[in-house]
Write a protein of this length. Sequence first.
Length: 398
Amino acid sequence: MSAEPIGLPEALERAASALPEVADAIRPANGDPLQLARELSAGGATAVLAWLLEHEPAAGAELALAWADDPETARPVLDLDPAALPKPARKALRRALHHLRSRGVAVPESTPAATVAKLAPLEDAVDEARITALDPHGVRIAYLASARPGGGVRLFEVVFDDVHGVHEFEVFETGRSRARTFLREAARREPWPAVEAPSASVRALVARAATHQDPDRSPPRTFTEWRSRICEVPRDTATPGELCRRAHEPASEADLGPVADWVREGRVGPWPPPIDRLGGCVDRLDEIAKGTLIVSGAARSEQVDRALEEALEEVYDEAQRSRLADAFEENAYVWQQLGRAEDAVLAIAAASCLRDRDSRAQPVIREMLERLLAPALTRAREGTPEGEGAGERSPASS
């Protein structure tokens, strides 16, 4: 109980934290008793009122009287058992019941004691999740579906990555049939089909991305409002990629040549790091492009190769290698679900080599870097300073 009485909106926020089963029905009501009654199921409304009367008596009394004022919202008041409540709460409940009698509502002399402390069971509970692979920028989409108290389904769509955090966040309320249709369509959507994954694992993935939120880019307001409901999972909850790693022991002698080919051909990656990690590399390559001395093609190629070798360690430090390893593992989970088991095993092996700084991973990250620096590399190899015809050779214009 609060040391001092608090207002109904704040008391309801505390109730939402204490009763996570109905939190996503309490919060949208914004403290409005009538809206709250519409959002909650009958059992949920009874549980919320009982909690308030016990822990925040002043706010509980206010809500009980507000609901007793309208026959359509009086049911939770009538369903409470005074014997199951502490003395201050019983007093508040008696006032609400007296108000109902004065309005001509039949109040039972004794009320059932069966449902004060728990919600009515929810039939066919919905708690599903889907996740896509990473696009070339490292961005992916997660879908979460959960049962909505009072009926229907609440769908969440999250667009995010592990560099910038959450990009977009949408909440939809719909019927179960339409929710199932939506998820089936997401599973067929090319080129990034969404595969089924454990709900807790997908929430852990979103929670991890949220810790990397770009300080210069605020998360969507709706995500801030729902974050506690989306991201609250035990700290040791495995992401889908971690589940895939545990299911496939990394091949100790795996040939990562095919993985480097995937990157070079644009089938995966390059999953760019924060842009400021590339600035120094681009500057060095542009210095080579602007070189005033005439050098042979072989000498220029050697300069470019040396700049790339220096950049590999500069760009892909331990943290960035770990991020790429996570990306390969998360893609491995999706590929496994899509029936690409051999590709999943190779991706797990690549992730293991990246974390261990195994030399087999070197061609993979070099291909990543070459794709990221493609325009600057073209200028450096051809000796064309930026702005002097380089535009025709950029990937965006080809």
